[in-house]
Each structure stands twice: as C-alpha cells, then as structure tokens.
Design a protein around this ligand. Structure first.
Ligand SMILES: N[C@@H](CCC(=O)N[C@@H](CS)C(=O)NCC(=O)O)C(=O)O
Length: 278
C-alpha cells in the first residue's frame, strides 16, 4: 500500500461495524471504493475512505486530502453554467471522481474563448488541469499524471489491454460524417464494435476484467456520444446482437461518476452538428 493510503488505527470493534455496515449495502458491488464523506470542501487534510477489497472485505483508511484541483472544460452551449459536451473533458472528470479528488470546474465558453484561457491553452483546447501550479493539457497526459500523483485507487489499464476499443471513436466519426450509405463507413464501425463486443465476451465485463479502469473511463464518454449522435442524426443504434457491448454501455452510463459528469444530450447533438452538416 502506498504512503498515500495508510491504515488508520481503528479499534477492531469499530472496524467490524464498518465492515458490517458496508457489506450489507447492496450498492457496493460498484465502485470498488466509496468515500464516507464528500471530499469537496472537506475541511481537514485527511479523511476516511472505505476500500472494498476483491474478496469483499472493507477496510477503512486515511488518505491525504487535497485542495480542489482546477480543471478547464467546455461549457454547455444550450444551458448557462452547465458542463458541455467534450468526451475528453468527461474522461478527466471521471478519473477525478473515481479517485475521489475534489475539483473546481472552470467552464470555458467555446463561442467566445476568454483571454485567460487562451493564455494557458494557446491551442484553445480543453481539458486542462492545474497540477503543482502548472497547467497540463491533453486527456492522455492528464490521466497519466493523475495516476502517478494520486495512485489510490489504482485505475491504470495494463498496456496490453489499453487499446481495446480504441478505433471505435474514429470509425464512429467517419460514419457520422458520411452522406453515402454505401461507402463502407457503417460497416467499418460495425466491425470495430463487433471486435470490442468479442473482446468483452472473453475478458469483460470491463476492459481490464472485473473492475473499471482508465481505458473504460476514456471509452465510456465516446460511446455516449456515439449513442446520442448516431441515434439523432442517423436513427441508428448499436445492434442488440452485440449484447456484451450493450450491457457494458448500460453499466458505464449508469455509474454515479458518469451521471455526474456527463454532457446533456442536447449539447452532444449541437456539438456534432458542424461535423454532420459539413
Ligand atoms: N487529444 C486531446 C483532444 C482535446 C480536444 O480535441 N478537445 C476539444 C473539445 S472536445 C477542443 O478543445 N477543441 C477546440 C475547439 O473546438 O475549439 C485530449 O485528449 O485532451
């Protein structure tokens, strides 16, 4: 166990009460870690976390708290002061949620990017996160930095599994943009979805087996965009025959962290409109 997650000196009685309380909670099949307190604005530097081990035991431990991390994400174009439709931003927020790290959202208006934002992001892209007083761009780099700086709970996907489903997003965009029903883009997407469904059948329910990991947190938001935008613009949905993929999507879309960080469907639709309408 890393220094970031030391066992706290709980009495055996207190520990067994915690175990009983948590193992009776039917909601605890997922996720693997639940905080006993909300982390946002929690006043002390340390707080108690409860970890459910693979064998179903729960242990309480003390982990270092952190000041809220500043994160720049896209603002909604349909609703004031709401999170917008960037899947890369949601990926970063999911990492923060699953690692129980408090954060401050900075919503960036993409229709009129503010000066302060363009100073820290000359390319004008989100997401960005401030770590050790430095703004870091790109969800790949941010995911890796968060894993290194906050290793508990571990979310890294083993490299040999990390590319599962990685071509789905680009083939989805190809199909979404296509105006020609016979150009093979739909089949290309179906091929990728089928390959991923087969992967899940063998290795699932998640990319790394029984537990959610960083690769799921990257792919989940992209599948969410796929479902909404292909449903809206092409009246298309993932075939029922891809049952492992369907249940994977259902599970990820109903995670507490996903619901909290997802874009509104109307923003997803508006976000893809320029690509569809060319
Ligand atoms: N590779 C980057 C991609 C980030 C990206 O493309 N973000 C989009 C929003 S989803 C963006 O900021 N685009 C700039 C713009 O549309 O002006 C990552 O993984 O973070």
């Amino acid at each position: 166990m890393s220094t970031a997650a030391k066992m706290s000196p709980l009495s055996p009685a207190a520990l067994s009460t915690t175990i009983k309380h948590l193992t009776c909670n039917p909601n605890l099949h997922y996720p693997r870690v639940r905080t006993l307190f909300t982390t946002t604005h929690y006043p002390t530097r340390k707080f108690m976390q409860t970890r459910t081990t693979r064998k179903g035991f729960s242990v309480s431990m003390s982990v270092p708290s952190t000041d809220p991390l500043e994160v720049c994400v896209k603002a909604s174009v349909t609703t004031p002061n709401k999170l917008g439709d960037c899947p890369f931003s949601q990926r970063v927020l999911l990492m923060l949620e699953e690692k129980h790290l408090p954060y401050d959202l900075k919503l960036v208006d993409f229709t009129n990017k503010p000066e302060w934002f363009l100073k820290i992001s000359p390319e004008g892209k989100v997401p960005l996160i401030k770590l050790d007083d430095k703004w870091i761009p790109d969800s790949d780099i941010i995911t890796q930095a968060l894993e290194e700086k906050f290793p508990e709970p571990p979310l890294a996907t083993p490299p040999e599994k990390a590319s599962a489903g990685s071509k789905i997003f680009s083939t989805f965009i190809g199909f979404l943009k296509s105006n020609d029903p016979s150009d093979g883009t739909e089949q290309a997407l179906l091929n990728e979805l089928t390959a991923f469904n087969d992967y899940l059948k063998e290795n699932g329910p998640f990319i790394n087996g029984q537990e959610v990991s960083a690769a799921d947190l990257s792919l989940g938001p992209k599948l969410y965009h796929l479902e909404i935008s292909l449903g809206h613009y092409k009246n298309w949905s993932v075939p029922d025959s891809l049952s492992c993929l369907k249940s994977y999507m259902k599970t990820i879309f109903s995670m507490e962290s996903f619901i909290k960080t997802r874009a509104q469907p109307e923003d997803v639709i508006e976000g893809w409109r320029p690509k569809v309408e060319g």
